[in-house]
Ligand binder design. Structure first.
Ligand code: FES
Length: 231
């Protein structure tokens, strides 16, 4: 049973309210509480990247949940923020694989460029810096999560360049920050190399052959008609 309703000074914008209702409608009757996490995300986006008690109360009322249950979810997961945040949340992964690949260097580059400590927000309100646990992209370590994107294969230099680009409002390229395709080996292929070469050869072959071979004439040469023998 839900707790009695409390007055909330938060409400979704009409556009977000529509999105919230669509999300709730995805769940079967009686299971609307399952929408709590997407609704918290939506509210957080609307409220400059952080949640407040009135926001959580509003969601609890929408889903018919006790307030405490919404607080439990919102305080358990680290992706929900409970203090004012910068427009860009820079989360540097410092778990072992990233640490072994230089996350200390990346974190220090963030601190010195942004002039904030971990947990701090820049004076202009543009960045909040955090440390994060494994982001699940260790193969491209060290990894930093900013907004909705991962930035991978970083070092101090690349991290600083990335922050400068964001500050300048430039379009930044998420994913690996070195020339590698997704999570493919950074130095090129290391296994099945002959197989790949052979496949590439085969794939290229028909096009080359077609070019080299003269086109066959489809129509057979007409034989000259036999003259009728004189009887
Ligand atoms: S340890 Fe950093 S992504 Fe896994």
């Amino acid at each position: 049973m839900s707790s009695p309703s409390r007055k909330s000074d938060f409400s979704f914008t009409p556009e977000n309210l529509k999105k919230a209702q669509e999300t709730i409608a995805k769940y079967p009757a009686g299971r609307q509480q399952s929408a709590v996490m997407p609704l918290l995300h939506l509210a957080q986006q609307q409220n400059a990247n952080s949640l407040t008690v009135p926001i959580m109360d509003c969601i609890a009322d929408m889903l018919g949940m006790p307030y405490i249950k919404v607080y439990e979810v919102a305080t358990f997961y680290t992706m929900y923020n409970h203090k004012p945040m910068g427009r860009h949340h820079v989360q540097v992964c410092t778990t072992t694989p990233c640490w072994l690949r230089g996350s200390d260097e990346v974190l220090n580059a963030c601190k010195s460029h942004l002039k904030v400590e971990v947990g701090g927000t820049t004076k202009d309100g543009m960045f909040t810096l955090s440390e994060a646990e494994c982001l699940g992209a260790c193969v491209n370590a060290p990894v930093v999560w900013i907004g909705k994107d991962y930035f991978e294969d970083l070092n101090a230099e690349r991290m600083e360049a990335l922050l400068k680009d964001i500050q300048a409002g430039k379009k930044v390229r998420p994913g690996p920050q070195i020339e590698r395709q997704a999570s493919a080996p950074a130095g090129g292929l290391t296994s099945l190399t002959s197989f790949v070469k052979e496949s590439q050869k085969k794939a290229a072959a028909p096009a080359t052959e077609a070019k080299a071979a003269p086109a066959k004439k489809t129509a057979a040469k007409k034989k000259p008609a036999k003259k009728k023998e004189d009887k």
